[in-house]
Design a protein around this ligand. Sequence first.
Ligand code: ASP
Length: 330
Amino acid sequence: MKKILLLSTGGTIASAPGEEGLVPKFTGEEMVKLIPELRGLCHIEYKEILNLDSTNMQPEDWLTIAREAYTGLKEYDGIVITHGTDTMAYTAGALSFMLRGLSKPVVLTGSQVPIESSLTDGKKNIYDAFKVATSSLKGVFVVFNGKIILGTRASKLYTHKYEAFHSINFPEIGYVEGENLKILVPPPENKEMELQFDDRLETDVFLLKIIPGTKPEVFDYFIESGYKGVILEGFGLGGIPYLGRNLLPGLEKLYNHGIATVVTTQSVYDGVDLTVYDVGVKALKTGVIPAYDMVKETVVAKLMWVLGHTRNLEEVRKMMLTNYCGEIIL
Ligand code: ASP
């Protein structure tokens, strides 16, 4: 029988009403006891590593989770991580880079409704996560509402609906229906690499959504505050305005100060192409790095990880545009 480690970190799934709204309360063991279907599926051990609303999660917490998963993988056949949904996609992206070379599944799940509620989606999600954790899949996955999503491709699109997560610009890996696991697309594998715990992260990264009227002075703030990387959510294919309030000199300033700037888009699907419109081409000439089809949450985690390895802007570009775990298709 397979041995699976459940790492619990909090989130709605583990929450109960507190003095000022829902707060995480239940341990992994308490949650699993509510799911009799799990009996006989695998041997489960538990570790409560955090007890947070994932809104409060910091990149340092990703390190804690990655370290626990890495240690657990030496002894267990798979890892299930229960986690708040709000920042689960960021954690999934970060774990994908920090745990490259996985030969076992690391599965994140959570729920929209607390596990003790009669309307909870948490029991199904935990059961499904264990189904995936006991499978032969390799890599980091988000398992939610029956879907198996590659960790670098998940995004939370709904705040209430059970179907909280979508796989962005990449097919779903598969789904869990009842007791059956159906794999549609084999996840990308890193066959040459042994599992690594790579904990180098630069957390001084900012994400700015451009709106009509954004003032160019905002870029001075990034420089003064010591940010090492900036992600810009441009319009459509990634366009950055240059008429009226011209943002292009600000981008040049960032480049000249050695700050890596990545351009992503406010649109959810399809990604960025800065070669189509002049509002993209002009931005490209300032030295920005296009995010192409990468999911925003993964861009954040990847830029922190890349900047943890190099501050050389050409190397940052090269690494941002390298596909490490299915996060980018050029
Ligand atoms: N605020 C909660 C969290 O992210 C939401 C959830 O888990 O669904 O921890």
